[in-house]
Design a protein. Structure first.
Length: 206
């Protein structure tokens, strides 16, 4: 039995190896061979992250779930076209970004999910402190909802996902100078909105 060319039979590979041993790229290769088990595994690995990202952009959790399903369906359809020049996660997020922004353009009402602006509560917080944090989180959510989708996207990628400006530029396909301009505007606009709401912007690290 020859073992030097395992990838030549990807279906056998999925059966022979534990799911955790398969890389994302291996799963996409299997999807290109129409292996639905590979799609399920990829979905389980990345569903939550993609859903959170789409929720921040669309502002609606039920809409986000619909978009997420479309993202993985799109990945299934185009698995054979994936060339592996980027991480699979980046590929999925790029699909998610396109579909989320397209959805935002179709819907006039956008309201960020509470979790977008949620502040992680410290276990040592008193009930009154926790209540204050929830109230401020609600105000932050409403302020974020007033930003345009592209400016919410920059806030999401940089502050919530910890991306660098250069990474955001590569991800969105926009020049670094454009991302810096968007970030400057988003920060300035958020500062104004938070000030109007009576919150020091430093409190939310925006």
């Amino acid at each position: 039995m020859q073992t030097g060319h395992v990838q030549s039979n990807p279906s056998t590979k999925l059966s022979a190896m534990a799911p955790a041993e398969l890389s994302d790229k291996a799963l996409v290769q299997l999807m290109a061979d129409e292996d639905k088990r590979a799609l399920k595994l990829l979905y389980l690995r990345h569903h939550d992250r993609v859903r959170r990202f789409v929720t921040r952009l669309t502002g609606n959790e039920s809409t986000a779930e619909e978009v997420v399903n479309e993202v993985f369906l799109e990945a299934w359809r185009h698995a054979a076209e994936f060339e592996g020049r980027s991480q699979v996660a980046t590929w999925l997020m790029a699909i998610a970004r396109f579909k989320a922004i397209s959805e935002c353009r179709r819907r006039s009402e956008t309201q960020l999910d509470d979790r977008t602006a949620a502040v992680i509560e410290d276990l040592s917080d008193t009930p009154s402190t926790s209540m204050e944090k929830r109230q401020r989180s609600d105000i932050l959510r409403k302020c974020l909802a007033k930003l345009t989708p592209i400016h919410r996207e920059v806030i999401s990628l940089i502050y919530y996902q910890g991306k660098k400006i250069e990474e955001v530029a590569q991800f969105t396909g926009a020049p670094v100078s454009t991302i810096k301009t968007r970030m400057h505007y988003a920060r300035s606009r958020m500062a104004d909105l938070l000030a109007e709401a009576g919150i020091d912007r430093a409190w939310v690290a925006i």
